[in-house]
Design a protein around this ligand. Structure first.
Ligand SMILES: [Zn+2]
Length: 264
């Protein structure tokens, strides 16, 4: 059994066959699916979708860096109102804040706003003790600088879709309670991850993900990704670390339980 820690199952790509996708996931050995939000509407949608499948779908809420625009403050006020308050102790099913982070790949138009929105959501993590699901592209220096200011108080989280080199992995792993999320890129022919990961990423610092519908692994590359395909990532990762798949699944599941406080 394994977990897909990052899947946009709420997306319109799954509108017509979401049940079948979940059925295939179960049959493939996927024991739970974690859903990151990207903005206010998706945060609300994901919370209600996950309520229909308790103990299988788990919701996150947050504002994705690529969704940070002029209205980011209003979005954050509304998203924050969905979060459990540390003062009221209302039971909540939300397992993490995400996905949040920085993305300067396409544009730096809202660079300043992205930095502010990320830092605000990092503070939520400290206040609520919910881990962070972090998206970072072409912005690791800026991201690390912000996280360093809160490093001691942060409960933990995932640097999702990690595709970097040894140095970048080590820099992220300095944040003790954080792990790297690895998906389909690991299986790509030209990927350096099969060499990088075993060298610098211990087995207690890594989790599995799809980022579906994106990033489908080989042999499904180019198609719509789905949680069942985590098994291809699991296979390739076990091979890279030189251990069997059950062992790798056990390690990554233990990491999932520790970081997200979820009992699988
Ligand atoms: Zn994502």
């Amino acid at each position: 059994m394994f977990v897909d820690t990052h899947c946009h199952l709420d997306g319109e790509e799954f509108q017509t066959d979401r049940e079948a996708v979940m059925q295939r996931a179960r049959e493939a050995g996927c024991g739970a699916i974690f859903l990151p939000a990207i903005d206010l509407p998706s945060s609300e949608h994901i919370v209600s979708l996950c309520q229909q499948y308790p103990n299988y779908l788990y919701p996150m809420v947050g504002l994705h860096p690529e969704e940070v625009r002029a209205d980011w403050r209003e979005q954050l006020v509304q998203i924050k109102s969905i979060l459990p308050s540390p003062f009221t102790h209302h039971p909540s099913t939300i397992i993490a804040i995400g996905e949040v982070g920085l993305d300067f790949y396409w544009s730096r138009e809202f660079e300043h706003e992205q930095l502010e929105a990320f830092e605000e959501q990092v503070k939520w993590s400290v206040e609520t003790r919910l881990p962070l699901m972090i998206h970072c592209r072409k912005a690791q220096n800026e991201l690390v600088a912000i996280l360093k200011r809160y490093a001691r108080e942060l409960p933990g989280g995932v640097f999702h879709c990690f595709t970097g080199n040894e140095k970048e992995a080590e820099e992220l792993l300095q944040f003790e309670r954080f792990v790297l999320g690895v998906g389909g890129v690991l299986t790509f022919k030209k990927s350096h991850l099969p060499e990088v990961l075993p060298q610098v990423v211990p087995l207690n610092r890594i989790v599995l993900e799809t980022d579906a519908p994106y990033m489908a692994p080989v042999p499904m590359r180019g198609q719509r990704n789905e949680p069942a395909y985590v098994r291809y990532v699991l296979q390739r990762m076990a091979q890279a670390y030189g251990i069997n798949e059950d062992e790798l699944a056990a390690h990554t599941n233990e990491n999932v339980e520790r970081v997200f406080g979820v009992k699988l």
